[in-house]
Design a protein around this ligand. Structure first.
Ligand code: ASC
Length: 150
């Protein structure tokens, strides 16, 4: 084995660990705020497009809804790493940091609901999409009521 390869193999776990830590870290609180708000902007954009179909304001196109539901589901795991200690600000209420367990429960609920929406969207059954969309929207609203400044 070449020395380079041995060294890389030996340090791979450390490199991977520091890479995943770096992924969750931000230089300044404003960077974390901008990151989480950006994620919500992208999620909201796709969610609203599905909403237009559900409300009958836009025609149902299976591939479009499936694409947007996949975007929402994928993005739903991202905001939370940007609510670390010392990143208070934006529209975030202080309860996020003082009642972390409640905030975590709300995150899990939303992630489950948008995963269900994605499953329905990939299946292409508009009735189940409508149901799952309503349930997902409730989890958005619940979290806003409890944790977002008005
Ligand atoms: C959206 C959006 C939200 C949610 C919420 C659902 O499209 O931007 O924040 O839906 O309004 O209740």
């Amino acid at each position: 084995m070449k020395l380079q390869k041995i060294v890389l193999t030996a340090f791979a776990p450390i490199l991977l660990t520091s890479a995943s830590l770096a992924f969750a870290q931000f230089q300044k609180p404003e960077d974390a705020i901008k990151y989480r708000q950006s994620v919500y902007t992208v999620m909201g954009n796709s969610f609203t497009k599905i909403g237009a179909v559900v409300k009958g304001e836009a025609p149902y196109n299976k591939d479009e809804v499936a694409k947007n539901a996949a975007i929402v589901a994928m993005m739903s795991s991202l905001p939370w790493q940007a609510f670390g200690p010392g990143t208070e600000g934006g529209k975030a209420q202080s309860d996020i940091w003082s009642d972390g367990a409640k905030f975590k429960a709300a995150q899990d609920k939303m992630q489950l609901a948008v995963a269900n929406l994605n499953t329905a969207a990939q299946s292409g059954d508009l009735e189940s999409i409508k149901k799952a969309f309503g349930a997902a929207g409730q989890t958005c609203k619940g979290c806003h009521d409890d944790f977002r400044k008005k």
